[in-house]
Design a protein around this ligand. Structure first.
Ligand code: ADP
Ligand code: ADP
Ligand code: ZN
Length: 216
């Protein structure tokens, strides 16, 4: 099972990724989480990534592609994986395609979670995340059981620095210009499936499971 999750910031990719990876027992590869881990540890990659991420811009393709290539070579990716937040540009999608081709493999599905723009600002400004395990919460739509604490690992949850209204607007423009073309890219390759991301979290997950059930 090799899954790509597509959709604008705030579509619910991270939220659904956690449930999908739990159910299908595959690693959740979130490029955003990998960048944030590097930023918190002040690695050279993290220092470079921060310059772009805090403004809402994409990290350059060559850096991102190398990082993902390395991650996909790991032992735990042998039987499949879920990519959340990658690819985000046509160049990245082509790189992933080359990587798969070299191994005679192919993508199981590119899942597009569709959410119109008017939902996004409220979702993003109310988002809280767990810096330790990457879980996503919301002040209104998905509150943790104990206020301020991650349900999964108990860490204090925080607001991301790039989840301000201004940065979210920038990220939405970047999505439209650079990531939206991937919808056609995967449609042309007959691997795109769409789900309505405006429904409740568990309903979206149900639609995703129905799609995945047909693919395996
Ligand atoms: P969200 O889930 O809110 O869309 P992510 O956590 O996936 O955001 O990513 C946060 C930021 O990390 C992005 O705004 C971008 O700056 C950077 N980033 C993540 N993935 C990529 C990628 N594939 N290519 C370039 N930049 C990326
Ligand atoms: P992405 O990874 O696509 O940027 P997240 O999974 O982090 O998105 O979700 C963005 C915010 O919206 C989070 O605060 C999350 O709790 C909330 N959220 C996710 N899915 C839904 C949904 N179906 N309905 C309402 N809120 C949602
Ligand atoms: Zn946690």
């Amino acid at each position: 099972m090799k899954i790509v999750l597509l959709g604008p910031p705030g579509a619910g990719k991270g939220t659904q990724a956690k449930s999908i990876c739990n159910r299908y027992n595959i690693p959740h590869i979130s490029t955003g989480d990998i960048f944030r881990k590097n930023m918190s540890e002040n690695t050279p990659l993290g220092i470079e990534a921060r310059k772009h991420i805090d403004k809402g811009y994409l990290v350059p393709d060559d850096i991102t592609i190398n990082m993902v290539y390395e991650r996909l070579q790991a032992e735990d990716c042998k039987d499949g994986y879920l990519l959340d937040g990658f690819p985000r540009t046509v160049k990245q999608a082509e790189a992933l395609e080359r990587f798969l081709k070299e191994k005679n493999e192919s993508l199981t599905v590119a899942l597009l979670i569709q959410v119109p723009r008017e939902f996004i600002i409220e979702r993003m400004t109310g988002r809280r995340v767990c810096p330790a395990c990457g879980a996503s919460y919301h002040t209104k739509f998905n509150m943790p059981i104990i206020a301020g604490k991650c349900d999964i690992c108990g860490s204090d949850i925080i607001q991301r620095k790039d989840d301000t209204e201004e940065t979210v607007r920038e990220r939405l423009d970047v999505y439209k210009a650079q990531t939206q073309p991937l919808i056609d890219f995967y449609e042309d390759r007959n691997v795109l499936s769409k789900v309505d991301g405006t429904k409740a979290i568990n309903e979206v997950f149900e639609s995703i499971c129905n799609i995945l059930g047909e693919k395996i």
